[in-house]
Design a protein around this ligand. Sequence first.
Ligand code: ACM
Length: 694
Amino acid sequence: MKVTRGCFIIVPFLILLFSDCIALCAPSSRGIESEHNLMPVPKEIFFSKGKFRVTHEFQIDLIGHTEPRLERALFRLRQRLNSETGIPLKAHGVDESSKADFIVHCTSPGETVQSIRADESYTLQVTSTQAQFKARTPIGVLRGVETFLQLLVFDSEGFYVPAVRIIDEPRFVWRGLLIDVCRHWLPVEVIKRNLDGMAAVKMNVLHWHLSEDQGFRVECKAFPKLHQLGSDGQFYTQDQVRDVVEYARDRGIRVVPEFDMPAHTTSWFVGYPELASAPGPYDIARHWGIHDPCMDPTKEETYEFLDAFLGEMADLFPDIHFHIGGDEVSGKHWNVNPQIVTFKRNKGMKDNHDLQAYFNQRVQKILHKYGKTMIGWDETFHSDLPKSVVVQSWRGPDYLAESARSGHKGILAHGYYLDLCFPAEKHYKVDPLSGSVPSLTSAQKELILGGEACMWAELVNEETVDSRIWPRLAAIAERLWSPSGLKDIEDMYRRLAVIDRKLEWLGLTHRVNSEKMLVRLAGNASVSHLKVLAEIVEPVKSYNRHRSRKYTQMTPLNRLVDAVRPESKRARQFSLVVDDILTESPGSERSKEICRAWLVKWCDNQDRLRTVLNSSFLLQEIMPLSEIIRSLAEAGLAALEYLERGESAPKKWVDQVSNLFHQPKRPKHELLIAIIPAIRGLVEAASSKSPISR
Ligand code: ACM
């Protein structure tokens, strides 16, 4: 593995501080490019001298194997170059008279239905006169196209791609995103724009979570009451499913459906109560959590139904893998059904896990008949489970290790839950081969296919879902694609900021919708003061939103906590400025100025914001938060003064302001003030016996 990380120059973050305009980053002043914005970072990358200029003359030639999917990919490349540069590029194709600038050489057709063995490797060679890339399959071409687009920058003369040689292939074969379209409905266009985003960061599996207590989301011809009664009219027709599968294939992404069973099935029972373990009638569930309704695994009719249902769905979804969920079976309805209790006793089953294992074996046989490999969440793991079943671990790496030890292939989801609003850094540090996995033999490690980010949708809808997925998914994508040694968090965040902007060109709404929602919250007032506050707060982490109030499917997601982004970039920048001051780095004088400017801004903002907050029923809950931010900013300014004067801050004052640092676990507004750790750092430094010298 050779990554020329040694010669990267980290862009001084202060440049980024007041600027939001680095979609195409400014180049290094050195002749040889020493910094790039690639995410995921390729396996090997070597920059050399020269710049390949992108002008309206840009022409692409496809040689070797060609197919419509490749032509569409290159058409999209032109469109995206066009929209990202504003340069009207000539129509597709190469003039007879001229030589192509960009030669794409694909050597073979690849698979009709993409498998986990698909060859995604490619090489890219860019000189000042030509770009060439070579891949064994169309999937490799797709990956290379994204790399080329990410290399695009500009200088004083125009747009260019630096001269470079890249040899690239993924570390893991399974790099997925689960999208739950059941808790809140997400229409086809949301799925498509996220597929575009996934392709941009080289992810290759859409795990489509299609049935839940709160909704059954696919048209079913054999059992039409599933979608007719179980979805509030919000489901994908089979034509739409085929369209999404084709759209994903065009982008080198496999679509793995999940129909969760035997639990998480309330919506199935609205139309088909006879499948359930307890008598109906049933309604679509509207609240979240673990629900008791569960299929009856003891009735033959259940398997007859599932046989017809899975047969139909197996045809609709071409991927060989088929996810049956299997998580969170409460077992309560099994325990109170006398027939189920007798069945268990007669079969010598010691608990409900044994009964679930029986159900899973029956379902696996049906799927096998339809040519499918079954996947289940880690609760499906059992000594009786056929080894062909892939186990997806959401409860922790130990489960992944345990199932691999027993010979099951596995996928890690634990640590990649985007709905919990943790920072990108936390996800970036999770590696499918870390935790207890290192104790595995190399053959067992080979069974770990990769990882999957999960976008559970209890607290998102089509307006907010992109902001919870992006850009943090790019950090997970990198962990799953790039060499394992890649650990530089600062550089990850630098590139993540670039990707964050680039993704907007694909129509993702993670930035624009946040802005729109703030405008809606501010009403007729100016949004600028609300933005100042919104930039430095984050949603509470983990499952704490659910602990703050009772959410249901009907709860509007239109408050500040929904509008703000999971991770405050401003707070990160502020904390870097404070680190700079506290470590007395060479730029610390400038950092002090920046720090003061921000603190003054946050201090003054409160007065300006008061009227906006008071006049809105949605914003009144923020008033106390805004007051605390002002007090924090005042404390930060005072601490800065002490530091600059070289005085130690009085203990009484330190004790008093320290009260500001405790954030309630379950605040009504469900927000955290993200600048607190940095301000605490300033106050602690000011209170220390050895104050920082100027
Ligand atoms: C899960 O989060 N219950 C798979």
